[in-house]
Design a protein around this ligand. Structure first.
Ligand code: FES
Ligand SMILES: [Fe+2]
Length: 338
């Protein structure tokens, strides 16, 4: 194993941690994780335009035989593949007598209401007005101008991703009792990684964070971290976190295995639950790339990318949703210390 003296990290993708530091002996990060820095980054993120676009799910969920249904900002929405495979979206209630269109089938690009057969082809009909929809190849977006209240944009702000031919993608969806800002705030706190997720991350150092007065050009968190593979085997990477929109945080691997890979976290407000508490969906897309010779999408077992893909799913987000829910709970009861 050779080590790059400037970073202290191995140039080979896999490293063996020589002297693993026990969890409770690692350096505390709370002094650097300044609430004001996180709050200022969150404020800047929330001021960026979304053009009223909301992520509703994965492109793979968008089918031509039944709609993808979601409540977004309290509004029932259905999306399906219309004629020619283009995404079509609109309100989730039938304009006739209100049948839930989420349970209606799609036939030849037309959504056919299962109560009395009213057919919707994605154009305005009988008071049913479509919403603009967008399929970026990984995620599906819907534009809700009334809910967003911003000046609309023709297309969503889609983060730069590795070319599809050299990437493998996975999408994780979870739901929590919180608002989108709580999900974004969790991602703008990279300092919690090795403490809160020791099963996935070790040796985490935030090497750069934006000043409270940062501008758009210097607004990112740079993190050196190792993904755990097995035992003492780790994949060290450098990652940069940015928030290109009010409900999106992107982690981009800028050095190390999977360079250019991105993990996009999108927070979509769903609406209140039966107790009036806000519900938010986390739609996380991992678009993992490798510059290795011989890498192909068909090699889904690409062992060095698996930790990255896995990092986005399951236990990690259960814990991060617990963080976001806790933050919302404290905020809503006036007890948030930040
Ligand atoms: S409720 Fe849909 S056709 Fe009657
Ligand atoms: Fe986390």
């Amino acid at each position: 194993m050779t080590t790059d003296p400037s970073t202290g990290r191995g140039r080979l993708p896999l490293s063996l941690r020589r002297r693993p530091v026990p969890w409770d002996r690692q350096r505390p990060t709370w002094r650097e994780a300044k609430p004001a820095v996180i709050a200022a980054a969150l404020k800047r993120a929330r001021a960026r335009p979304s053009g009223n676009w909301y992520v509703v799910g994965a492109s793979l969920q968008l089918r031509d035989d039944r709609p993808l249904a979601r409540t977004v900002a309290g509004q029932e929405v259905v999306v399906w593949r219309g004629g020619g495979g283009r995404p079509v979206a609109g309100p989730g209630g039938c304009p006739h007598l209100g049948a839930p269109l989420r349970d209606s089938p799609v036939r030849c690009g037309t959504l056919v209401c299962h109560w009395h057969g009213l057919a919707l082809d994605g154009t305005s009909f009988a008071g049913w007005e479509p919403f603009p929809a967008y399929d970026d190849g990984v995620l599906v977006w819907v534009r809700l101008d009334e809910a967003g209240g911003e000046p609309p944009l023709d297309a969503p702000v889609v983060p730069r991703r590795p070319a599809p031919g050299r990437a493998l993608s996975a999408v994780y969806v979870g739901v929590g009792t919180c608002e989108p800002e709580d999900v974004v705030a969790n991602r703008l706190d990279p300092w919690h990684g090795a403490w809160y997720h020791p099963y996935s991350f070790v040796d985490l150092t935030v090497t750069g964070s934006p000043a409270v007065s940062a501008t758009d050009t210097d607004d990112g968190f740079t993190v050196d971290v190792s993904f755990k593979v097995a035992g003492r085997l780790v994949v060290p990477v450098r990652a940069v976190f940015t928030a290109p929109g009010p409900r999106t945080v992107v982690m981009r691997i800028t050095e190390g295995e999977g360079e250019g890979s991105v993990v996009e976290t999108h927070a979509t407000p769903l609406g209140p639950d039966d107790r009036g508490r806000p519900r938010t969906a986390v739609v996380e897309a991992v678009v993992a790339a490798s510059g290795r010779r011989g890498f192909s999408v068909a090699r889904r077992a690409a062992p060095l990318l698996r930790p990255l893909v896995r990092a986005a799913a399951g236990r990690l987000w259960r814990d991060d949703l617990a963080y976001a829910e806790r933050r919302w709970h404290l905020r809503s009861t006036g007890r948030f210390p930040g």
